[in-house]
Design a protein around this ligand. Structure first.
Ligand SMILES: NC(=O)C1=CN([C@@H]2O[C@H](COP(=O)(O)OP(=O)(O)OC[C@H]3O[C@@H](n4cnc5c(N)ncnc54)[C@H](OP(=O)(O)O)[C@@H]3O)[C@@H](O)[C@H]2O)C=CC1
Ligand SMILES: O=C(O)C1=N[C@H](C(=O)O)C[C@H](O)C1
Length: 276
């Protein structure tokens, strides 16, 4: 059967930012496999070997008819959404370009500072941004459970968040751990900044009541494991999520891109997309 999707301009056109990355390759394959969207652009870092190559061929597969460019402005012309799992600097630079082009900006990038988030927020009066440190249904559901459990238990239960990722991950704690921490802090009725404790080492003193601790483990090819531990006297409640395949995140990102098309300008998250 002939695949006519590339000519079907009624399906949303999607651009992948960071096309050569672990998630970029996964996202490119997922967009190409989806009957609901078309791949219309692929962007990489200036100086990347992939610039000027076909996005499919550069990944070692069949040609996709999309040449990788460093010019995000040009890539976004005529697109409906850009899916961006890159670096904080690349994401912050892309935000005004996507807003100006009227293109939904789906952001999976983690390690964003408060200033980065403020810079992204600044375009949401005119652009649609869907941002989440984890695009999976399971983690977003886990956030809701974490908020509820934190609300139900008093401060005699200590909250600790433990995350494990592959050796290549550059930011810690993970975006997911921070989302879970924010949900727990919300359940406790405080901003996370007031409760946050990370990286204990040496004579730290006893644990401060009500704090939320974060621990990050890096090694091997672990895609992403997260645990929220509520440790009380004589019992522990442990909420846990384990990702075993990155397509999980890609599925969520594609859903977010389709959901965002036609939405009013604003800063949305996966709870909005999933209706949780
Ligand atoms: N929200 C979620 O569900 C998930 C989020 N993530 C997050 O996504 C991000 C990427 O993860 P991962 O794919 O593993 O990382 P990679 O390092 O494999 O991919 C990042 C890609 O972005 C590219 N890049 C860097 N700068 C630019 C630029 N200026 N323009 C275009 N592309 C650029 C990199 O190119 P080069 O290598 O040439 O520098 C690389 O190809 C991380 O922040 C990670 O935490 C990951 C999985 C799920
Ligand atoms: O870098 C990764 O790989 C992942 N990053 C996200 C995070 O920081 O939480 C999501 C997922 O855990 C994989």
């Amino acid at each position: 059967m002939t695949d006519t999707r590339a000519d079907d301009s009624t399906t949303p056109g999607i651009v992948i930012m960071g096309a050569s990355g672990r998630m970029g390759r996964m996202l490119t394959a997922a967009v190409v496999a989806s009957p609901a969207m078309r791949l219309v652009g692929a962007v990489e870092r200036p100086g990347s070997d992939w610039i000027g190559q076909d996005a499919g061929e550069a990944a070692g597969g069949a040609a996709l008819g999309v040449v990788v460019t460093e010019d995000a402005d040009a890539a976004l012309a005529g697109a409906q959404a850009v899916i961006d799992f890159t670096t904080p600097a690349a994401t912050v630079a892309l935000a005004p370009i996507a807003a100006q082009a009227g293109v939904v900006h789906v952001i999976g990038t983690t390690g964003l500072t408060p200033d980065d988030i403020a810079a992204i927020d600044a375009v949401t009066d005119r652009g649609v941004v869907v941002r989440a440190g984890n695009m999976s249904l399971g983690v977003n559901l886990l956030m809701q459970l974490t908020r509820k459990v934190a609300q139900a238990l008093d401060e005699s239960f200590d909250i600790e968040i433990v995350e494990t990722h592959h050796r290549h991950k550059v930011d810690a704690p993970s975006g997911t751990a921070l989302m879970l921490g924010e949900a727990a802090a919300e359940g406790r009725g405080h901003p996370l900044d007031d409760l946050y404790v990370a990286a204990r080492d040496g004579i730290t003193g006893a644990r401060e009541t009500g704090s939320i601790g974060f621990s990050a483990i890096r090694g091997g090819d672990v895609i992403g494991d997260h645990e929220v531990i509520f440790a009380g006297e004589g019992e522990r409640i442990i909420l846990s999520h384990k990702a075993s395949d990155r397509t999980l995140f890609a599925r969520g990102a594609l859903k977010a891109a389709l959901w965002g098309v036609g939405k009013a300008p604003g800063h949305y998250d996966m709870l909005d997309v999933l209706g949780l």
